[in-house]
Design a protein around this ligand. Sequence first.
Ligand code: NAD
Ligand code: TYD
Length: 358
Amino acid sequence: MSLLVTGGAGFIGSNFVLDWIATTGEAVVNLDALTYAGNLRNLASLQGDARHVFVQGDICDRALIDRLLAEHRPRAIVHFAAESHVDRSIHGPGAFVRTNVEGTFALLEAARAHWSGLGGAEKDAFRFHHVSTDEVYGSLAPEAPAFTETHAYEPNSPYSASKAASDHLVRAWHHTYGLPVVTTNCSNNYGPYHFPEKLIPLMIVNALAGKPLPVYGDGRQIRDWLYVTDHCSAIRAVLERGRLGETYNIGGWNEQANIDIVRLVCALLDELQPDPAGPYQRLITYVTDRPGHDRRYAIDARKIERELGWRPAETFETGIRKTVEWYLAHTDWVREVQSGSYRDWVAQNYAARTPGSA
Ligand code: NAD
Ligand code: TYD
């Protein structure tokens, strides 16, 4: 038995592959295009392990997906591959429509053709698990209740719009063709192997390099943070016991304002690797806000708790400490991902943001 995982060299996908093989022992065929966000180094501990088959390729390549499904006959597809960074989607939305919408379409069509040809128990057991985000629900007012699975879709960024489109395709392939799908909409993840273009790892690596810590706008935007291995355990639960055609929101009941996260990261670094030049908070710099910046996301995770008995294992205090410690222990990984293309991105995203005050 095996899974076909897409995007398994990215942040969450690589954590999932490592976690899956460690907890279940089941093989994974890992299809990833290795864009700037994909990194085989995340999977170095699986080198030589026959349970991990890596295939470099594009989810838009229908012939390739057909071949992989025919060759490996996976019992499920777990679909992580995506363009995932909101700021990049503002600078270049085309790649988001291509991978997140057209890529999901190609994968659904390949899955449908494959599943239609299966019989008996193999057909009954097959699953297409679509990994999505809470950002499809749009932005919440300060006192509004957290997102439930029935909240209206109101995506605001090219990223969230492309993910919303992919969620709708997945839903339609279930209703129209009966494809056995499950969808999960998760809140912001953090943890090991997080690419340092996103808030938490960017703040850690910038602080350690003595660079400014760029806080967009007033820094009071709220995200609901979940440690990445808790997302992995939730996906395992939904894959095993989730009801077909259902969506499950995944979150850790952990709303935090950006500025509070940045201050906490600084405080942990002050404790674990003090800077002789002074507390890291001196580097906090308020900069021009992100256009269309969503103010607040919050997940109501009662459905997955009630139906599947899933709960996060980490608190924010334990998870953020582990994360900072991981980055301190993996300076080689950080150095390697900060390649030429990473530096080009940092220049593009931050050069035009003028420093201001909150
Ligand atoms: P990531 O950007 O770190 O990784 C994406 C991976 O997909 C990379 O390895 C990349 O090489 C691969 N990829 C991109 N385009 C591809 C293509 N055309 N064909 C094949 N592979 C391709 O993203 P992530 O943060 O690990 O997110 C994974 C999934 O989880 C995404 O679908 C994202 O929308 C969703 N999600 C992310 C978060 C979060 O906080 N990061 C939260 C909720 C949901
Ligand atoms: P990010 O990690 O890009 O995730 P998302 O936009 O998908 O939630 O950003 C998290 C929050 O941090 C978001 O409100 C934007 C903010 N942010 C900054 O203030 N400064 C930064 O340099 C970055 C990358 C993000």
